[in-house]
Ligand binder design. Structure first.
Ligand code: NAP
Length: 482
C-alpha cells in the first residue's frame, strides 16, 4: 500500500464522525490487481442514521446566511486545489486512469464548487403580474435531503458535480459512491471535515448498493435522488421511488455517434476522436462509440487515424508516459472482447488491436489494446450496445440523411458529435440529432457553465450550468393579498 492510501480514512462519515464497521470490502488497483485498501460497509441502521442526520442538519444549513454557505463552498474549492496532486494519485490507484486525467478531474471539481457557490447568489425568484391588491411571487427553496449514487468511471467528478449544487442550494447530502472507487470520495469527505462543514450536512455510506439504494428510495426523509450510472440501475431506482415520489435526476448510459462528413477537416476530426474516445480508456458515458465516416473520405481518414491509435502507450496510469490505463475490472475486458468477437464473426475487419495485454508490466492488470474495427454494421452487438472501452467501430455512409438516421437509431440520447464545414449541413445535423448534447467540430462538451445531460434512455435532468442548480430547488408560489 502506498502512503497516500495508508493515511486515508476508510470508514463511513456520519454526522461529522468517522464510523467504523465490522464488515469490510477490498478496493483493487486495476493496473496491478493488488488490494490497496479495505473500506467499511454500512449496515441498515447506519444508512438510516446517515439519512436522519442529514434530515436534522437541513434546517440549520438552509437557514445559514448565504454569504456563509458561499464561504464554505469556496473553502472546499481551495482545499481541492491544494490537495489536487494527492487526490489524483488516490484516483489513479483505485481507478487506473492516467495521473494527468485524474488531476484535471479533481481541479474541475474545484471549479464546480466555485461555480455553484456563485450561482447560489443568483437563485432569483420571480414576480408575476397580479391584481393591484395582490403579490404573486415564486421563491426557489432547497428540497431537503439529497441522496446521491455515483459510478466508478469519474470517482471524483461525478461526486463534486452533485454535491456542489446540492449544498449551494441549501440541501444536505448522503452519498453512496461506487464500491469499486470509494477512496476518492473518502478523500473529498476528509476535505469537508477540514473545511469544518457543519455536522450532518454531508454524509457518506458505503456497502451493499442494492440495500442502500432501497433505503434511499423507501425513505420519506430523502427528498431527491441524483444518480449517475447505468440505464438498467437508473430505471430500477426510478421504479422503486414511485411510492415515495422522489424528485430525481438520472444521468445514465450513452452511445455517442461521431459523424465525419465529406467536407470535414479530417485532421481535426481524428484529433477530436482520439481525445474523446481514449479519455479514461473509453470508459466514459459521452465517449464516441459509433464513428460514421463519409465513403469519399474514408481512406484518408483511416490513413491518419490508424497510426495515431497505434502510437498510444498503454500502461499503469502512475507512469507519466501512459496515454491509457487499464479497464476497471476483469469483466470489463470480457465484455469488450465479446463485442470484438461478435463483430468480426459477423464480417467486421480488425484493423488494429483487439487483444488483452498479459505480459510483463501488464501481467496482473486489466489491460487491452486500443482497437479499430472497420465495416461495422447494424447486425453487430457493438452497433447498439454501449461500449465501455477503447474500441473504435467504423461505419461508412453516402448521404448525411443516412448518417443521421443511423446516429439516432439507438435507445440512448446523451452526447453526439459531428465534423463538417458547410453551415447548412451543420444546421441540419444539430437540429436532427436526438441527443442532449451536440459537439460540432468540437469534443469538449462538459464545462461547469454548460448543461450536461441526456434524453431517451440516457435519463433526464441537467448537471452543471445555471440549469444544474435548479435541479436542487423547488419552486414555491406565494400569493399575498394586501
Ligand atoms: P452502475 O452499475 O449502474 O453503478 C452506478 C452506481 O450505482 C454505483 O454506485 C453502484 O454501486 C450503484 N448501484 C449498483 N446497483 C445498484 C442498485 N441495485 N441500487 C442502487 N445503486 C446501485 O454503473 P457503473 O458501472 O458504475 O457506471 C457505468 C455506467 O454509468 C455506464 O452506463 C455509463 O454510461 C454511466 N455513466 C453515465 C454518466 C452520465 O452523466 N450520463 C456519467 C458517467 C457514467 P456499486 O458500484 O457499489 O455496485
Amino acid at each position: 500500500m502506498t502512503n497516500v492510501i495508508n493515511e486515508l480514512h476508510t470508514d463511513l462519515y456520519i454526522n461529522g464522525e468517522w464510523v467504523t464497521t465490522q464488515d469490510k470490502k477490498d478496493v483493487i488497483n486495476p493496473a496491478t490487481g493488488e488490494t490497496i485498501a479495505q473500506i467499511a460497509q454500512a449496515n441498515e441502521a447506519q444508512v438510516e442514521e446517515a439519512i436522519q442526520t442529514a434530515h436534522e442538519a437541513f434546517s440549520g444549513w438552509k437557514a445559514l446566511e448565504l454569504k456563509e454557505r458561499v464561504t464554505y463552498l469556496h473553502k472546499i474549492a481551495d482545499l481541492l486545489e491544494e490537495n489536487a496532486g494527492r487526490l489524483a494519485e488516490i484516483m489513479t490507484l483505485e481507478q487506473g486512469k492516467p495521473l494527468k486525467e485524474s488531476k484535471l478531474e479533481v481541479l474541475s471539481g474545484a471549479e464546480s464548487f466555485r461555480w455553484n457557490a456563485e450561482e447560489s447568489r443568483r437563485l432569483y425568484g420571480e414576480l408575476i403580474p397580479a391584481p393591484n391588491n395582490h403579490k404573486y411571487e415564486i421563491i426557489y427553496e432547497p428540497i431537503g435531503v439529497v441522496a446521491a449514487i455515483t459510478p466508478w468511471n469519474f470517482p471524483s467528478g461525478m461526486i463534486t458535480r452533485k454535491i456542489a449544487p446540492a449544498l449551494a442550494a441549501g440541501n444536505t447530502i448522503v452519498l453512496k459512491p461506487s464500491g469499486d472507487t470509494p477512496l476518492s470520495a473518502l478523500a473529498i469527505f476528509e476535505l469537508f471535515e477540514q473545511a469544518e462543514l457543519p455536522k450532518g450536512v454531508a454524509n457518506i455510506v458505503m456497502g451493499s448498493s442494492k440495500e442502500i439504494g432501497q433505503a434511499f428510495t423507501d425513505s420519506n426523509k430523502v427528498n431527491k435522488i441524483t444518480f449517475t450510472g447505468s440505464t438498467p440501475i437508473g430505471k430500477a431506482l426510478y421504479e422503486q421511488s414511485g411510492q415515495t415520489l422522489k424528485k430525481m435526476s438520472l444521468e445514465l448510459g450513452g452511445h455517442a455517434p461521431f459523424i465525419v462528413h465529406e467536407d470535414a477537416d479530417i485532421e481535426a476530426a481524428v484529433k477530436g476522436l482520439i481525445a474523446a474516445k481514449f479519455r479514461n480508456n473509453g470508459q466514459v458515458c459521452i465517449a464516441p462509440n459509433r464513428i460514421f465516416v463519409h465513403s469519399s473520405i474514408k481512406d484518408k481518414f483511416m490513413d491518419k487515424l490508424v497510426p495515431e491509435v497505434e502510437a498510444l502507450k498503454v500502461g499503469n496510469g502512475l507512469n507519466e508516459e501512459s496515454d491509457i490505463g487499464p479497464l476497471i475490472r476483469e469483466d470489463a475486458i470480457d465484455k469488450i472482447k465479446q463485442q470484438i468477437v461478435n463483430a468480426t464473426d459477423k464480417g467486421a475487419t480488425l484493423v488494429t488491436g483487439g487483444h488483452r495485454l498479459t505480459e510483463g508490466e501488464y501481467s496482473n492488470g486489466f489491460f487491452i489494446q486500443p482497437t479499430i474495427l472497420d465495416h461495422v454494421n447494424k447486425t453487430m452487438d457493438i452497433f447498439y450496445e454501449e461500449t465501455f472501452g477503447p474500441v473504435i467501430p467504423i461505419i461508412t455512409f453516402d448521404t448525411i440523411e443516412e448518417a443521421l438516421a443511423m446516429a439516432n437509431d439507438t435507445e440512448y440520447g446523451l452526447a453526439s458529435y459531428a465534423y463538417a464545414s458547410d453551415s447548412s449541413i451543420i444546421q441540419q445535423i444539430s437540429r436532427t440529432l436526438e441527443y442532449g448534447m451536440v459537439g460540432i467540430n468540437e469534443v469538449a462538451i462538459s464545462n461547469p457553465e454548460t448543461p450536461f445531460g441526456g434524453v431517451k434512455h440516457s435519463g433526464f435532468g441537467r448537471e452543471n450550468s445555471h440549469l444544474g442548480i435548479k435541479e436542487y430547488v423547488t419552486a414555491k408560489f406565494v400569493n399575498t393579498q394586501f
